[in-house]
Design a binder for this molecule. Structure first.
Ligand code: NAI
Length: 298
């Protein structure tokens, strides 16, 4: 089968001045994609800023014979999102792929979390994805083509101590992904999420010796496939680490039904409500409503 190529396509990758975003940018560029390398160039906790990292990655892409432009706007404001998409339109005339990857960490256990630890994390991860994707969405709807990849995290999907802010933002991105998948369906726009684990500046202190097996380059192949026009899945989330790829999904247990349900019924049937045997994976709320109608019709 032919290699996965991106000739003629344009991708915006946020936070691509280092870590995972840089790997995605280099690999897509090698495969013929033109890239907007966005990066604010701040610290892991989101302080400061520099145009350096975005420009450095553009130089790396050019050295490989690829095409890229740098953008140092913040994803965390509507104006920043507009500027990033405008950079793609000015340089390349369109946008086909948005990879929302920019991120910061401000970890603290919940009882000590303060608004200055919450708001910037929601702004960059969750609102940032809105602000960048929305102006790109307009272009994608008009051309009837688009691919959106949101960087979620197992810290949201599964939970992680000290990351109430980050986990909430990352799980919010999964809801965002699922809604975009439905709204994009008739415009040939696919939206998926990834939950990566990789050794980057964000995680190098946390992963210990396992980190050496978790190269960020091993996350990128999934991103490349999800960004490609031949990949027609949408509304899904993938766990990716060190070459292992799996799908996360939301399952619904068959549960328990009684037309005059009481609290005592819930207590007495709690094991049945929770039992995972025979679970289903509804694709959207209509799927769940159909399951409900089956039960409630009698
Ligand atoms: P990283 O710190 O190397 O990359 C994040 C990049 O985002 C940085 O280059 C930073 O300058 C940029 N950035 C931060 N705020 C920005 C803003 N307002 N506007 C534009 N750019 C901004 O860390 P890494 O690990 O590469 O993270 C990439 C994404 O993957 C993040 O969303 C992170 O939360 C997510 N992630 C990473 C995991 C890992 O194991 N490394 C685990 C789960 C999720």
């Amino acid at each position: 089968m032919a290699d996965i190529g991106f000739d003629g396509k344009v991708a915006i990758i946020t936070g691509a001045g280092g870590g995972l975003g840089r790997c995605h940018a280099l690999e897509l560029a090698k495969r013929g994609c033109r890239i907007v390398v966005n990066d604010l160039g701040g610290s892991v906790s989101g302080e400061g800023g520099s145009e350096g990292p975005a420009h450095d990655v553009v130089r790396e892409i050019e050295a490989l014979g690829g095409e890229a432009v740098a953008d140092a706007s913040s994803v965390a404001t509507p104006e920043g999102g507009e500027a990033i998409v405008q950079a793609a339109l000015d340089a390349f005339g369109t946008v086909d792929i948005v990879i929302n990857n920019a991120g910061i960490l401000r970890d603290k256990s919940f009882h000590n979390m303060t608004p200055d630890l919450l708001e910037p994390v929601l702004d960059v991860h969750l609102k940032g994805a809105f602000y960048v994707t929305q102006p790109a969405w307009k272009v994608m709807r008009e051309k009837n083509y688009g691919r959106v990849i949101n960087t979620a995290s197992n810290a949201g999907i599964l939970g992680n101590f000290g990351q109430a802010n980050y986990g909430a933002a990352k799980m919010g991105l999964w809801g965002f992904t699922k809604v975009l998948a439905q709204e994009g369906a008739k415009h040939n726009i696919k939206a998926n999420a990834i939950a990566p684990v990789a050794k980057t500046r964000m995680t190098e202190q946390l992963l210990g010796p396992l980190g050496d097996k978790l190269e960020p380059e091993l996350v990128t192949p999934v991103v490349v496939w999800l960004a490609h026009e031949d990949c027609d899945v949408t509304g899904e989330a993938y766990s990716i680490a060190g070459g292992q790829v799996s799908r996360f999904f939301v399952g619904r247990t068959p549960g328990y039904y009684k037309h005059d349900l009481t609290a005592e019924d819930v207590r007495d049937h709690f094991a049945e409500i929770r039992a995972e045997d025979g679970y289903s994976v509804p694709g959207g709320i209509n799927d769940e409503l159909r399951l409900l109608l089956d039960v409630l019709k009698d």
